[in-house]
Design a protein around this ligand. Structure first.
Ligand code: ADP
Ligand code: MG
Length: 376
C-alpha cells in the first residue's frame, strides 16, 4: 500500500492517533494467519487533535508515553496513519513508464491532480496496473498520495517526542482496508463481480473516513468532519444539554427503529418527549450524513472509467454503533450495509482479549496500521 517509508517488521506496533483516544495494536503473523497480540488505548486531552490533525504536539506525545507505560507492550517502533483534509489520494491515468522513471515524472505531474502546493507536499504513489486504450496507447493507473508537509511534521514530532521510533506513515484509510478485508485486501477478491466496488465507512468521534475498494485495492478515500461528535452536539443543542449529557443520551437511545417509526420505548428515567426530540435531532444529522456519503460515492462513480456499482458497504468505527444506523444507511444509500470489525477474522491472544473485544469497532485503524508491517 502507498506509504511514505517502507517497514516490514513484526515488532512495529500500529498507533492510531484519534480525536479522543490513542490506540495501540500489535499483530503477529504465522503461516498466513494473524493474531492480535497486544492492544491498548488512552484518552487524549480535548483539543489536542482536531479533525484528524495534531494541534498540540506535546499533549499528544504525553498521551503516547502514557499509553506505552500502561499497555505493557514495550514497543520501540511504530506505524502511524494520517487522515484529515491535508492528505489527498487520487487515482490517475498516465502514459506507461517504468517505475524509476515515474519517480521523477510524478513530481512534475502531481500538481495537476492535487490541491496542495507541490513544494509543501510529501508525495507517494503506487502503481495499480496498466492497460491498452482503444487507440493502442499503453497507459498505467497510479494511486497518488499527497500530504501536507507541516501536518505530517507534527505527527512525526509527537511520536518522536514520546520516545518511540517512527517506522512508517500510512494513509489511515489504507490501513482500514487491510484491517477489514484481511488477506483479501492484498489478493483479488474472487467474490467480487467485475465492475463492483465495496464502500467503507469508518465513523470515529471527530472524523469519518469514506473509502472505495475494488479487487482489494483502495481507489478512493475522503474524510468528513460529520462524525460521532456532531451527532452528540445535535442532541446537546436541541435539548440544551452539556456535551457529556448528550453523549450519554445518544448512546442509550440511538435512532428509532426504522421499521417501527415512532414506537421507541425509552428507559423509565428518560422523558418520552425529550427522548423523541433527541431522536429527531439524530435523524436530521443522519440525513446530512447520508447525503455526504452519497456525494463521495457518486463522485467516485462518475470518475470511474468503467461502469461500476457499489453494492456492499462495510460500516465500522465506534460511532457506527449508533442504534439502527446501519438500517438508515442501507435505506439511504441503497446498498447492503454490514457492520464489521477486524476481530471477525483475526484471532486474539488471551492477554489482550478483554480490552480488544470491548473496543472491537474502534480498533480498525490501529490494527490495520500494525498489519501494514506484517502483511505483504
Ligand atoms: N454505542 C454507541 N452508540 C453511538 N455512538 C457511539 C457508541 N459507542 C461509541 N460511540 C461514538 O463513537 C465515537 C468515538 O469513536 P472513537 O473511534 O473512539 O473516536 P476516536 O478515534 O476519536 O477516539 C463517539 O462519537 C461516540 O459517541
Ligand atoms: Mg474514542
Amino acid at each position: 500500500m502507498a506509504s511514505f517509508s517502507l517497514g516490514g517488521n513484526p515488532a512495529v506496533v500500529g498507533l492510531d492517533i484519534g480525536t479522543d483516544h490513542i490506540r495501540v495494536a500489535q499483530v503477529k503473523a504465522s503461516g498466513g494467519s494473524f493474531q492480535l497480540t497486544g492492544y491498548g488505548l488512552v484518552g487524549v486531552p480535548m483539543g489536542a487533535v482536531v479533525e484528524g490533525e495534531i494541534v498540540d504536539v506535546e499533549a499528544v506525545a504525553a498521551s503516547i508515553r502514557e499509553l506505552v507505560r500502561t499497555s505493557g507492550l514495550h514497543p520501540r517502533d511504530c506505524a502511524i496513519g494520517v487522515s484529515n483534509q491535508k492528505v489527498v489520494v487520487r487515482l490517475i491515468d498516465l502514459p506507461y513508464m517504468e517505475r524509476a522513471e515515474l519517480h521523477g515524472a510524478i513530481q512534475y505531474q502531481a500538481q495537476d491532480y492535487i490541491p496542495i502546493p507541490i513544494e509543501d507536499a510529501i508525495l507517494d504513489f503506487q502503481i495499480i496496473g496498466d492497460y491498452m486504450t482503444n487507440a493502442d496507447e499503453h497507459m498505467m493507473e497510479v494511486l497518488l498520495v499527497a500530504a501536507q508537509r507541516d501536518m505530517v511534521g507534527n505527527a512525526v514530532r509527537a511520536v518522536e517526542d514520546s520516545g518511540l521510533r517512527l517506522q512508517q506513515i500510512d494513509v489511515t484509510a489504507f490501513a482500514m482496508v487491510r484491517a477489514l478485508m484481511g488477506p483479501t485486501s492484498v489478493l483479488p477478491d474472487e467474490g467480487e463481480e467485475a465492475g463492483e466496488a465495496t464502500g467503507i465507512i469508518h465513523i470515529s468521534s471527530g472524523l469519518t473516513n469514506i473509502a472505495v475498494v475494488e479487487k482489494g485495492v483502495p481507489r478512493f478515500t475522503r474524510v468528513s468532519a460529520l462524525a460521532g461528535n456532531q451527532f452528540t452536539q445535535a442532541i446537546a443543542n436541541t435539548l440544551n444539554l452539556t456535551f457529556d449529557e448528550a453523549e450519554n443520551l445518544k448512546v442509550r437511545i440511538g435512532l428509532p427503529d426504522i421499521d417501527r417509526a415512532g414506537q421507541t420505548e425509552f428507559p423509565p428515567d428518560i422523558d418520552p418527549a425529550r427522548g423523541a426530540a433527541a431522536q429527531d435531532a439524530l435523524e436530521r444529522e443522519v440525513s446530512k450524513f447520508i447525503a455526504e456519503v452519497r456525494r463521495s460515492l457518486d463522485y467516485y462513480l462518475t470518475q470511474a472509467t468503467q461502469v461500476r456499482t457499489i453494492r456492499k458497504i462495510l460500516l465500522t468505527g465506534s460511532g457506527a454503533q449508533l442504534n439502527f444506523l446501519a438500517s438508515y444507511l442501507e435505506k439511504g444509500l441503497q446498498a447492503e450495509v454490514r457492520l464489521t470489525d477486524p476481530l471477525s477474522w483475526m484471532t486474539v491472544s488471551p492477554q489482550c482479549a478483554q480490552i480488544a473485544e470491548a473496543d472491537r469497532m474502534g480498533s480498525v485503524a490501529a490494527i490495520g496500521l500494525a498489519l501494514g508491517s506484517v502483511m505483504t
